[in-house]
Design a binder for this molecule. Sequence first.
Ligand code: SF4
Length: 405
Amino acid sequence: MKSLTELYRCGMGPSSSHTIAPENAARAFLSEHGGLDEYKVILYGSLAKTGKGHMTDKVIARTFGNFPVAVEFNTDKKDLPHPNTFDIIGYSGGAEAAKWRVSSIGGGAYKVKGKKSSSPDVYPHKNFREIADYCEQNNIRLCEYAEKFDVPDIRNYIREVWAVMQDAIARGLAADGVLDGGLNVKRKAKTLYETNNVFEDGMTRENRLVCAFAFAVGEENASCGKIVTAPTCGAAGVLPAVLYYYKNKYHYTDDKIIDALLTAGVIGNVVKTNGSISGAECGCQAEIGTACSMAAAALGELFGMNINQIEYAAEVALEHHLGLTCDPIKGLVQIPCIERNAVAAMRAINAVNLANFLTDSRKISYDMVVATMYKTGKDMSRIYRETAEGGLAKAYVSTDDIGGE
Ligand code: SF4
């Protein structure tokens, strides 16, 4: 498993696979092959089908800056190594001088065909069972495990991650207006934050505020604001929403929040290593399901739960997202994505509440649900994996017909 610096990435939305990874790959390509006459980037698969809505072409043009670059959308090519594949080609004197075939594998990570990954595995264990056994044998918590094996300054890195998460919430709560893209989606975080429910009690207030925080990050992401992949851009609101609400409610210190983020990171890393965090590969269960699982584990850490309870909470959170499709309307990370962050944040809290009572009777391990999620994703029809060809994307006519989202 790789460092949590590879899981939590600070960057511009709206999509880790469609914007952060192409941007980073283009930058790396230019550092090796800068100064050529011209460049071409060809997007395939899901990148080609939803790249316009996700603004992939704009990010690539911005990254190439003054270098001339053409971006092509090729929706016909089959037999791709990954549903999110693209070529970066450099030309000199009219001839091809350099070419990378790149797979955007989720959460902003990418692989270049024929090149060795530059990021080493830093964790010695491969799945949750191995990690849990190690923690129990050494009497340490999951956050201590992460600190023991990750890069030396991981705590400071996570401190910065938390700062970016909080900034995104603050910006999102202050913003008004309509999101770009043509769906006429109004920002709702501010309204949710400022307006009481008709029957506001402790529970409905908690739900409203958690949702406001999740909407805030989701709306910032949709408008190309700076967010943290957790584990992706599309699902970036779930974890910060839950942590921000409970930090304010119980006044947890930043150090305690960092422990929770480290714990959530271990959970996300298990999915990334043994399953997938890519909507194009396994549907939204891989993005929002994993985010919900991470948020449940983080909350378990804040509440001082033991490792079995944290595992149960994370497992419940992912189990009840199994089969969730990725069907963003117009390829924009807006509907269903933003609202889905809020629903998953509430579900994470419920999973932790259940873990308080039901952990001893559980039958499903975290590793089992991760493997099942991956298999389910592979079995899922291609139209439900970030192609905008099925589900809501297909059913959508106009928000004006139904009075809104
Ligand atoms: S539907 Fe889910 S997986 Fe698909 S783009 Fe939206 S958040 Fe990501």
